[in-house]
Ligand binder design. Structure first.
Ligand code: HEM
Length: 68
């Protein structure tokens, strides 16, 4: 898909903005919540170009202790 998208002459002007927005959302989420592996649904790892999970990555979340 990398080569296919490189053949396109069009591009997305919001690409960098969208990527930055995702990083901010991830950072704000991790500031408030702790993510833990769901022991009942373990990921089925498959080696592709990078390591992937066949069944998604199930997590449990809990609020972190507020800073005093
Ligand atoms: C996760 C967010 C976004 C995704 C997944 C996305 C995806 C895409 C895709 C697939 C294209 C077509 C590219 C092509 O045909 O080669 C596109 C084009 C475009 N995007 Fe986005 N986009 C996102 C966010 C944004 C934002 C935030 C803006 C504006 C602030 C934006 C503005 C545009 C414009 C103006 C084009 C047309 C570019 C052209 O015709 O040359 N996009 N986007």
């Amino acid at each position: 898909s990398f080569y296919i998208s490189r053949l396109s002459l069009k591009n997305c002007i919001g690409q960098t903005f969208a990527m930055n927005e995702m990083k901010v959302v991830t950072a704000l989420t991790l500031k408030r919540y702790q993510l833990m592996e769901d022991p009942e649904i373990k990921p089925k790892m498959v080696p592709r170009l990078v390591l992937r999970s066949l069944n998604g990555i199930h997590v449990k979340i809990k609020p972190v202790e507020p800073d005093l």
